[in-house]
Ligand binder design. Structure first.
Ligand code: ZN
Ligand code: ZN
Length: 372
């Protein structure tokens, strides 16, 4: 059943890891991990994977879908919502085993329910529930060819959505109107959803890295931070461009050039084998030399895949190792309270030890639209 790519290979990679995690089996409940391992795209269900078997428990709405999407998994019908209703067949054969759970994948209430349901099993059939943090995420950080392709489709659509949104910029339009135009264009051109809440932040609003679009009218001369992404086939894009409506003030080209130089240096010099912290330092050094050291207030980037923020982290304190197959953003920014911000973000894939930029959205034009 194991293929070169796809869920067979992913299961094999997880099984190789069970020993290192000090567990005999893993209960997978975090939605993106569940989907990545099994291919199952339904909204409810859990997986149990051990060295021999892979099982999926889900309710009646999803039986047919799970069988179709997850042929490597044995279906365990979950007749009721309660864990007690399906725990016996799901954990059959795991008496005495160490069963890892994902601390980030269960609420405290759900964990209590699992503990209670396991206690309800005959003594000899009870596994021991132990935390297994970070079991699947490091595997997901390395994308296979199909995932890189899926991400590329999302990135290219995101690029188009940005171009459309940028074409809507003019003196007097509101942040909210531009954000809506971006979303409308995305859905009309094949997006299943937005990868995160679209950020359109004009003038001083751009000094807040995660500003929500407001009814503020965009005025000529203001820098506008546009950060948006789409979901296609479950995979996400993430792109930021900063533009100016009409004539920029004299600070803008200076800040923009520094941020662009930091990004270009990072994209050129980041290599497999570096830590996320070392990658961050490349851009941080360029910005510090330009006098903006204390204005770069977030990490340089992050992994992107089924989730918008996943491993590895590229930030000052990150020990995550960069490696081929990772898809990461490179997004330096400078934020000046009262004036605004400049952030430029590309999505890149690590190939043959170096970053290849996937994003194609234009960067060089400092002016888009133009007030009149
Ligand atoms: Zn972004
Ligand atoms: Zn990002």
């Amino acid at each position: 059943m194991t293929e070169a790519t796809g869920t067979g290979a992913r299961l094999a990679r997880l099984r190789e890891r069970l020993d290192a995690l000090d567990v005999d089996a893993l209960l997978v409940s975090a939605p993106s991990n569940r989907r990545w391992l099994s291919g199952f795209t339904g909204s409810a269900g859990v997986l149990v994977v051990d060295a021999r078997r892979a099982r999926i428990a889900t309710d009646g709405r999803y039986h047919e879908q799970a069988q179709r999407q997850s042929p490597e998994f044995e279906l365990v019908p979950a007749p009721l919502r309660s864990v007690a209703s399906f725990v016996a067949p799901l954990l059959d054969g795991l008496g005495g085993a160490r069963l890892g759970f994902e601390p980030g994948g269960l609420t405290v209430a759900e964990h209590m329910e699992w503990v209670g349901a396991i206690e309800g099993l005959p003594a000899g059939d009870r596994p021991r529930l132990v935390p297994a943090p970070g079991a699947v995420e490091p595997l997901r950080a390395i994308k296979d060819a199909a995932e890189v392709e899926a991400l590329t489709v999302a990135v290219y659509l995101g690029d188009e959505v940005w171009a459309h949104a940028a074409s809507c910029l003019r003196d007097g339009v509101t942040e909210r109107e531009v954000a809506w135009e971006a979303q409308r264009h995305a859905y009309e051109h094949g997006a299943d959803g937005m990868a995160f809440e679209t950020i359109i932040a004009a003038g001083p609003n751009g000094a807040m890295a995660h500003h929500r679009p407001s009814d503020a009218a965009i005025a000529a001369g203001q820098p506008v931070v546009m950060d948006l992404g789409v979901i296609v086939g479950g995979y996400r894009s993430d792109l930021t461009r900063t533009v100016c409506v009409g004539e920029p003030d004299e600070a803008f080209p200076r800040v923009y050039d520094a941020v662009l130089a930091a990004q270009e240096m990072a994209e050129e010099r980041i290599e497999a084998g570096m830590t996320g912290g070392q990658a961050h330092a490349i851009a941080a050094t360029v910005l510090a030399e330009a006098g903006y050291g204390d204005r770069f207030t977030h990490g340089l980037g992050h992994g992107v895949g089924l989730d918008i923020h996943e491993a590895p982290r590229l930030s000052a304190d990150s020990e995550d190792l960069l490696a081929d197959g990772q898809v990461v953003t490179v997004e330096p920014g400078v934020y000046i309270p009262g004036w605004g911000g400049v952030r430029i973000e590309d999505q890149c894939v690590m190939e043959d030890g170096r970053l290849r930029v996937i994003s194609r959205a234009a960067k060089l034009d400092l002016e888009v639209g133009g007030g009149s």
